[in-house]
Design a protein around this ligand. Structure first.
Ligand code: NAD
Ligand code: DAU
Length: 350
C-alpha cells in the first residue's frame, strides 16, 4: 500500500539520482515520481538499478513550463516535493545567466505556485527546496551559519539565492510548509565531469592537462554525495517547516592540495610512478569573481536531527575514483559530443 507520493525534481542529475535511489530503496511504501528535463546534466543511466522498482516512476518534464506543472500537481496529489532540478555549474552561469534565471528562479516559482494551488496551507505537506552554501558568498574566517547574511557573488549563486527568497516568501505570505537546506560541495559517483573532482579524474585517465584556476588557493568543504542524500532524508522527515538547515562535511581543502592528493591516489590505482599525474597540473586563468572560501557550520542539523557524515574524505575519494574506474562506459557516454564542445569552449581560451 502506498503511504505517500513524493515528487523529486532533477532526480536524473548527480545528487538527485542518489536521493531517488535512497528513497526508492528505503521507503518501499512511498511512490517516488522523478521529474527531470534531461538536460546535458540529466542521465537516466544514473538510475538503471532502480528504474524497474514498482514504487518508482519517471516523467520527462520542464519546471519552466508553468501550465504543465499546474496540471501535474492537479492530477497527482503529491504529499511532498524534494526540489533539486537546477542549472548547477558556476562557469556555465558566467556564460549564460538567463538560463539560470529561467530554471532556478522561474522554475522554482512555478513549482511553488503549483504546490500552493494544490495544497493550500495544509501543514501535513512539505515543499523541500535544495539550496547551496554559495548563497552566503565567500567567508575569510569562521563558518557560515543559518543566520549568515545572503551575499551571492556569481550568476549561479544569485539565481539560487533568488529561489531561496521565493521559497521563504511562500511560507511567510501563504503559510506554504517549506524547508530549505544549504549544502557544501558534493563529490561521488555519477558526478558530471565539468566539476572539479570528476573533471580531474577524467583528465588524469586521459593524460590531459589538469586546469587549476588561479593559484589553486580557493577552499571548498567537500561532502560525499550519499551523506548529502541522508541529510535530505533526515530534513524531509524530521525538519521543522519554515526553517533552513546547513549541511557540510567539516572537510576543507585548498583546490591545489585536493588535486595533488587525487593525483597521488590515481597514480597508485593506475600503477603509475608517484608524481606522474601531478606533472599534468597546469595553472590557468582564474574564474571571474571566484569565491575564495566556503566553510559551513552544520551543527543545527547534527544537534536537532541527529545527522552526521558517515565517511572520511579519504574513504569517499577512493570510493569515487573506484567508481569511475569501474564505469568507463558511463564516463565515455557523458564525455562524447556536446561535452567535447563545452571543454574546448571553456578551456582552450584559458
Ligand atoms: P546537476 O546539474 O547534476 O543536475 C541537475 C538536474 O536538474 C539534471 O538532471 C537536469 O536534467 C535537471 N534539470 C535542469 N533543468 C531542468 C528543468 N528546467 N526542468 C526539470 N529538470 C531540470 O546538479 P546537482 O549537482 O545534482 O545539483 C542538484 C541540486 O543541488 C541543485 O539545486 C544544486 O543547486 C544543489 N546543490 C548542488 C551541490 C553540488 O555540489 N553539486 C551542492 C549544494 C547544492
Ligand atoms: O558549494 C556548493 C556548490 O559547489 C554547488 O552549489 C554547485 O552546484 C557546485 O557546482 C559547486 O560549485 P563550485 O564552483 O565550488 O564547484 P566546481 O567543481 O565548479 O569548482 C570547485 C573549485 O575548483 C572552485 O574553486 C573552482 C575550481 N576549479 C574548478 C574547475 C571545474 C578549478 O580550479 N578547475 C576546474 O577546471
Amino acid at each position: 500500500m502506498i503511504s505517500k507520493k513524493i515528487l523529486i525534481t532533477g532526480g536524473a542529475g548527480f545528487i538527485g539520482s542518489h536521493v531517488v535511489r535512497l528513497f526508492v530503496n528505503k521507503y518501499p511504501d512511498y511512490e517516488i515520481v522523478n521529474l527531470d528535463k534531461l538536460t546535458y546534466a540529466g542521465n537516466l543511466e544514473n538510475l538503471r538499478d532502480i528504474e524497474k522498482n514498482p514504487n518508482y516512476r519517471f516523467i520527462k518534464g520542464d519546471i519552466v513550463d508553468a501550465p504543465s506543472m499546474l496540471k501535474l500537481f492537479n492530477e497527482e496529489n503529491f504529499d511532498g516535493v524534494i526540489h533539486l532540478a537546477a542549472e548547477s555549474h558556476v562557469d556555465r552561469s558566467l556564460e549564460n545567466p538567463n538560463e539560470f534565471v529561467m530554471t532556478n528562479i522561474i522554475g522554482t516559482v512555478n513549482l511553488l505556485q503549483a504546490a500552493l494551488k494544490s495544497w493550500g496551507n495544509d501543514p501535513s505537506k512539505r515543499f523541500y527546496h535544495i539550496s547551496t552554501d554559495e548563497v552566503y558568498g565567500s567567508i575569510d574566517g569562521g563558518l557560515f551559519t543559518e543566520h549568515t547574511s545572503i551575499d551571492p557573488q556569481s550568476p549561479y549563486s544569485s539565481s539560487k539565492a533568488g529561489s531561496d527568497h521565493f521559497v521563504k516568501a511562500f511560507h511567510n505570505s501563504y503559510k506554504l510548509p517549506v524547508l530549505i537546506s544549504r549544502c557544501s560541495n558534493n563529490y561521488g559517483p555519477n558526478h558530471f565531469p565539468e566539476k572539479l573532482i570528476p573533471l580531474m579524474i577524467n583528465n588524469i585517465l586521459e593524460n590531459k592537462q589538469l586546469p587549476v584556476y588561479g593559484k589553486g588557493e580557493n577552499i571548498r568543504d567537500w561532502l560525499y554525495v550519499e551523506d548529502h542524500a541522508s541529510a535530505i532524508d533526515a530534513i524531509f522527515h524530521k525538519g521543522k517547516t519554515g526553517e533552513v538547515y546547513n549541511i557540510g562535511g567539516n572537510n576543507e581543502w585548498r583546490n591545489i592540495d585536493l588535486v595533488n592528493f587525487l593525483c597521488s591516489l590515481m597514480d597508485k590505482k593506475l600503477d603509475r610512478a608517484e608524481g606522474t599525474s601531478a606533472k599534468l597540473i597546469t595553472y590557468v586563468k582564474d574564474r571571474p569573481g571566484h569565491d575564495l572560501r566556503y566553510a559551513i557550520d552544520s551543527s543545527k542539523l547534527q544537534n536537532d536531527l541527529g545527522w552526521s557524515p558517515s565517511l572520511t574524505f579519504e574513504v569517499g575519494l577512493e570510493r569515487t575514483v573506484d567508481w569511475y574506474l569501474n564505469n568507463k562506459e558511463w564516463l565515455s557516454h557523458v564525455t562524447s559530443g556536446q561535452y567535447k564542445e563545452y571543454y574546448t569552449q571553456m578551456y582552450n581560451k584559458r
